[in-house]
Design a protein around this ligand. Structure first.
Ligand code: SD4
Length: 339
């Protein structure tokens, strides 16, 4: 079967699933637009991002997209919103620290021409995504880390700030008492009041001109080892954009995502003809196959958008939500899950 025919088949299968009500459940009242075939979907501009708070972030991106702005500008503007929000304890300002009490941030950005920039283990800077953007635009490199990333940020006019808030400091001190400095890989899921929640923001968009862009930003796993870097700033793992095919991003336990080079895998599956949701499911299944027992206790979710404005997500566990904004809708959806 040709790739294109396979794609249409996947899409029709998803449509059937949608009709039977099993594909997605919208949390808001408006319905998801009807799925149509690969050839006919023209859903642009559009922005999608991880978790419920993606809705506010999408609004920031939407303001850019509506003004005929570029997808890469939209995603940068969008993810800056949770980066500045102290209430989001997994991104930017207010992020939970590592086990030594340092807030260290990871972020990356990618445009429609395979240009990308990334920072990892960056301290004291509230908007790592904008530093990543500058790495992309002002340097011959893709990734800067630690002290060097901070030096680069300061040289380019970013302000040094204290990112550790009282709430995150308090949680860290409680954690130290209980866990005696032993890092755990899925700690966010065990925070009081959380089920399977992580809070990293991954955002992908397509602008009015049909060009794509993506951004991903996080403070990483809570109380991690000093120097630990997750999937979020790694091009191909936490984010990938191929303007010919589509884009994908992830949230959850980064080590699992890095092992399968998750976002790139999802994009390549879309290239082979898989619908975004089916591509995300395949990636999740690969994680589960490697470590079936361990995966039951972890959360990883993927989110993807193809060149024709179709989107989808899939997660290991229940609870992975994502927000969509286009001319047709402003919704939050619950992703289907494996376990
Ligand atoms: C990481 N993927 O650093 C990130 C964590 C995450 O919400 O998604 N947290 O592994």
């Amino acid at each position: 079967m040709s790739d294109r025919r396979k794609f249409v088949k996947q899409t029709l299968l998803s449509s059937a699933a949608l009709l039977s009500g099993s594909a997605l459940s919208a949390r808001s009242t408006s319905a998801r637009p009807e799925e149509v075939t690969y050839e006919t979907v023209r859903n642009k501009p559009i922005v999608i991002s991880t978790w419920d708070f993606g809705k506010e972030a999408n609004a920031g991106a939407w303001a850019v997209l509506q003004q005929d702005g570029r997808a890469v500008d939209a995603v940068e503007a969008g993810v800056r919103i949770p980066e500045a929000d102290p209430g989001n304890q997994s991104v930017g300002y207010g992020g939970r620290p590592d086990r030594d009490g340092h807030v260290t941030l990871d972020a990356c950005i990618m445009d429609d021409k395979y240009r990308c920039g990334s920072v990892a283990c960056l301290e004291h800077i509230k908007h790592p995504i904008s530093v990543a953007r500058l790495v992309m635009e002002k340097t011959p490199h893709v990734m800067l880390v630690g002290e060097g990333a901070l030096q680069f940020a300061l040289e380019n006019g970013f302000k040094k700030e204290k990112l550790l808030t009282a709430k995150s400091e308090e949680e860290w001190k409680e954690w130290l008492l209980e866990h005696k400095y032993k890092p755990q890989k899925n700690i966010e899921n065990r925070m009081p009041g959380s089920k399977h929640d992580h809070d990293t923001i991954g955002m992908v968009a397509m602008d009015n001109h049909g060009n794509m862009g993506g951004a991903c930003t996080t403070s990483g796993m809570a109380f991690k080892l000093r120097g630990r870097v997750g999937d979020s700033p790694i091009i191909g793992a936490g984010l990938y954009v191929d303007n010919e095919v589509g884009c994908a991003t992830s949230s959850g336990v980064g080590e699992e995502v890095i092992r399968i080079v998750g976002a790139h895998l999802v994009v390549e599956l879309m290239r082979m003809g898989y619908h975004p949701e089916a591509a995300c499911r395949k990636a999740v299944e690969r994680i589960a196959k490697r470590n079936p027992a361990g995966a039951k206790d972890l959360q990883v979710g993927f989110l993807a958008l193809n060149k024709h404005g179709e989107y989808g997500a899939y997660a290991l566990q229940e609870g992975f939500s994502y927000a969509v904004r286009s001319d047709k809708e402003e919704n939050i959806y619950e992703a289907k899950h494996l376990f």
